[in-house]
Every structure is written in structure tokens, then in C-alpha cells.
Design a protein around this ligand. Structure first.
Ligand code: BGC
Length: 465
């Protein structure tokens, strides 16, 4: 019993160290909102230059995720995460010391590369090292770290706001989690599943024995071996094989709905939205934004508590319903501005907080979790990196088009459009997303091999339990 407790403690510790990558993802995407206010003053930046500065990280993230998938399958999950920590470390120093805008934009692209890699390598590592019954919670620690990273970036931005050249400190702080991640990773093993894919069975067994609570290590190894035998090993070819198609549709679909339902218009532009809703002072708008960050963290914790008990599908369904209702309300708040008068800002705050809470229990953690679960072992790293390219690609488009959309369609219609996309997301989840709770990664892979519909995975589960 004591041994079981120690193993659980160890696996949580491992996941927490690896999740530092998620914290860096959140911190480095959030930090620019505050830093930008000071950089644009100091260097008198035009709106176009500001746009470049903000979106450079997204360009880097697309590049980083596009080119690292095969490397992750070839050189291992551990090594790629160590390299990512190094990039974060030097990127933070480089951007903090930037002498010119060009340098800074380049530095932010480099940081973006690290974000792109971390966004899939972290959930991948955790999923592959986790016992099946707590995999949802462990992988979602990554999302918790992302939200903590976003919140701490808001707070650290506020703290350094009064310093001379405060923005340089804001970027510099990123070296702390980068050091923890890099040094911590040196002491961690690679995942048993990756070790098996490299025929390092003894090492895989050793790692499994350390972290696995049950005595079924041999069965787990046998299942891994079986799945490895059935695959061809050519990543691109494999990705387009008919039996992988459902996983591809689910992965791309989830990435589309996670981003195109508007989350980052709120995360990146919350102060602007609050100002539009009537909070005149920048301080009030920024405080309301911190509120968004806090709810994001708290509701992610709620999701982690529920994810392995209630399952992924029900949380997605409830969360998407909340998003639909709050987006309709938010649109209405801006549509009926005159009728609502000063009540507008409270309707806006209420619906924004409901929206973020609903996202945090559902699409936030579950999308990254599911893409770490649904792909076959041999191409898992590669496939996840491709899904991540979609995530950052969609993000790039949404973030760049949001302000022009507000101008051309109007605020109300823009949020209603996100509500419509959320409705489509609800339908997609209901009719196509499988329940992976409690299944081993090998069982999910076997399910695709048998050519079954995603929803039938649920039936397998209920038969088995
Ligand atoms: C998304 C990010 C988003 C964050 C908000 C993540 O899962 O991928 O784009 O900013 O959640 O918490």
C-alpha cells in the first residue's frame, strides 16, 4: 500500500516537472500583452510593428511544431523537452536584452518555436508515462500549468510595470521555469513506450516497474510490442492510412473547435473587451483580466478532479453548452448596449467569466489530452506535432482577424459567430468523439485497427466494466 502511494507520488512529481513546459507555454504567450504597452512607448511602434511583435510567437509555434514531430519519435521525448528548455532559457535572455525591434521579433519567433514543441511534447510525455486510470488528470496538469503560466504573466507584468525598462524583466523571468524544466528533465527517464519503440525493452520494464501500481508490467509491455508490430513506420504514409482517419478527424476537429470558438480573443484581448464594455480605466480592465486568469486556473483544477471519473465526453458537452450560452449573452450585451446602459459591463463580465469557466473544464484540457491518446505509438509524436500545427495555425488566423472582424461585422455578430462554431463543436463531440476514459493507449489503437466507429469505444468500455 505504502509502495503504491510512493509510486503515485513519483508519477505526480514527474508530471509536475514536465508540466513546467506547459507553464512556459502559458507564460510566454501571456507576457506580451503587458510588455507590449511599454515596448510600444519606448520604441514608438506603429500598429503594424505591434502586430508583428504579437504574432511572431505564433509564427514560431507553427514552425516549431511542424518540424519537431519526427525528431521526437526518433531521438525521444526526453531529449526534445531538454532542447526545448534550452531554447526557452536562451530565448528569454535574448528577448530581455534585445537592442532593436528586429532582434526582439526574431527572439519571439525563437520562443514561439519552443512553445510549439512544448505544446505537444509535454502532453505526449505525460500520457505515455501515466497509468491508464489517472492519465486524464496527469495529462491535464499540463493545461493547469498553461493557465498558471498565463495568470503569472499577468501578475508579473503588473509587478514590473513601474520599473524602468520593466518589459525586459518581464521576459527575463521566463528563465526560472526553463531552468527547472531543463535540470529536472536530466534526471527523468524517457517514456516506457518510446523506449519500447527503440527496442529497449529492459529499460522500458525498469521505468514501468518504478511507476506502475499494478503487477501487470509484462502485460503492458506485451501490448506495446503488439501495437509496434502492426505499423509500417513511415510517418506520412501511416498518417493517411484509412484506419487512422477517425483519429485524424477527431484531432483536427478538436484543434479547430478549441481555437475557433474564440478562446484567445478573450485571453489576448480581455482588457480591450472590458474597456469596450464600459470599464474606462486601464487598471479596472486589467483587474477584470486577472479575474479571467484566476477562473481559468480554478476551473482547470475542477476539470482535473472530474476527468477520470466523469469522462472526457460529458465534460466537453457541459463545457461547450456553457460556452454557447455565454457567447450568446456576450453578443447580446453588445447588441443591446443602449437598453442595458451601465448594466452592460456586468453582463459582459458575467458572460466572459462563464465562458472562460466553461472552456477551462472542457476544450482547454481535453483537446490536448485526447490528441495524446488517440494516435498509434509509432507515429504518436509526429501525429501530435501535426495536430499542434493546426492548433497554432488556427490561432494565427483567429488572432489576426479578430480586430478586423469586430470592425466589419460588429462585436455582437462576432461573438454570435463563435457561438455558432461552439454549437457545431457540441454536435461534433456528441456524434464523433470517443470516450477514452479508462482505456489503455494500446486498446484505443487496437480499436482503430478493427475499423470501428469512434463511439463504439464507449461500448467496449461499458462491456469491459
Ligand atoms: C490553448 C491556448 C489557450 C489556453 C487558455 C490552451 O489549451 O491551446 O490557445 O490560450 O488553453 O487557457
Amino acid at each position: 500500500m505504502e509502495n503504491v502511494g510512493r509510486k503515485n507520488y513519483l508519477i505526480y512529481l514527474i508530471a509536475a516537472i514536465v508540466a513546467m513546459g506547459g507553464l512556459l507555454f502559458g507564460y510566454d504567450t501571456g507576457v506580451i500583452s503587458g510588455a507590449l504597452l511599454f515596448i510600444k512607448e519606448e520604441w514608438t511602434l506603429t500598429p503594424i510593428c505591434q502586430g508583428w511583435l504579437v504574432s511572431s510567437v505564433l509564427v514560431g509555434a507553427v514552425l516549431g511544431s511542424a518540424f519537431s514531430g519526427k525528431v521526437t519519435d526518433y531521438y525521444g521525448r526526453k531529449n526534445i523537452i531538454i532542447i526545448t528548455a534550452l531554447i526557452f532559457f536562451f530565448g528569454s535572455i535574448g528577448t530581455a536584452l534585445a537592442p532593436s525591434l528586429e532582434w526582439l521579433v526574431f527572439g519571439r519567433i525563437i520562443i514561439g518555436v519552443a512553445i510549439g514543441i512544448a505544446s505537444f511534447a509535454v502532453p505526449l510525455y505525460i500520457a505515455e508515462i501515466s497509468p491508464d486510470n489517472i492519465r486524464g488528470a496527469l495529462v491535464s496538469l499540463n493545461q493547469l500549468a498553461i493557465t498558471v503560466g498565463i495568470l503569472s504573466s499577468y501578475l508579473i507584468d503588473q509587478y514590473f510595470a513601474s520599473f524602468d525598462h520593466g518589459w525586459r524583466y518581464m521576459f527575463f523571468v521566463g528563465i526560472v521555469p526553463a531552468l527547472i524544466l531543463g535540470i529536472g528533465m536530466i534526471f527523468l527517464p524517457d517514456t516506457p513506450r518510446w523506449l519500447m519503440s527503440k527496442n529497449l525493452e529492459d529499460k522500458a520494464k525498469e521505468v514501468l516497474n518504478k511507476i506502475n501500481n499494478n503487477d501487470n508490467t509484462d502485460i503492458i509491455l506485451k501490448n506495446m510490442k503488439k501495437t509496434l508490430e502492426t505499423e509500417s513506420g513511415n510517418s506520412w504514409k501511416e498518417l493517411f492510412l484509412p484506419y487512422i482517419r477517425p483519429a485524424m478527424i477527431i484531432g483536427i476537429g478538436l484543434m479547430f473547435f478549441q481555437i475557433c470558438t474564440g478562446i484567445n480573443t478573450i485571453i489576448y484581448y480581455a482588457p480591450t473587451i472590458f474597456q469596450m464594455a464600459g470599464f474606462q480605466s486601464a487598471t479596472a480592465a486589467i483587474s477584470a483580466t486577472v479575474g479571467v486568469g484566476v477562473i481559468n486556473v480554478l476551473m482547470t483544477i475542477v476539470s482535473i478532479k472530474l476527468i477520470d471519473k466523469l469522462g472526457r465526453k460529458i465534460l466537453l458537452s457541459v463545457g461547450l453548452s456553457g460556452m454557447i450560452l455565454s457567447l450568446i449573452a456576450l453578443g447580446f450585451a453588445f447588441y443591446a448596449t443602449e437598453a442595458l446602459g451601465s448594466a452592460l459591463k456586468w453582463v459582459a463580465v458575467g458572460s466572459l467569466l462563464t465562458y472562460i469557466a466553461s472552456f477551462a473544464v472542457s476544450l482547454g484540457p481535453i483537446c490536448w489530452l485526447l490528441i495524446s491518446e488517440i494516435f498509434p505509438l509509432r507515429i504518436r509524436g509526429f501525429a501530435m506535432s501535426i495536430m499542434t500545427v493546426f492548433n497554432w495555425g488556427f490561432n494565427f488566423v483567429v488572432v489576426l482577424t479578430f480586430l478586423p472582424l469586430l470592425q466589419s461585422l460588429g462585436t455582437a455578430v462576432t461573438f454570435w459567430m463563435f457561438a455558432l462554431i461552439s454549437i457545431a463543436g457540441w454536435i461534433f463531440n456528441h456524434y464523433y468523439v470517443p470516450e477514452t476514459k479508462g482505456h489503455s493507449l494500446e486498446a484505443i489503437e487496437e480499436h482503430w485497427l478493427q475499423g470501428k466507429h469512434p463511439l463504439e469505444l464507449e461500448e467496449v468500455l461499458s462491456q469491459a466494466s
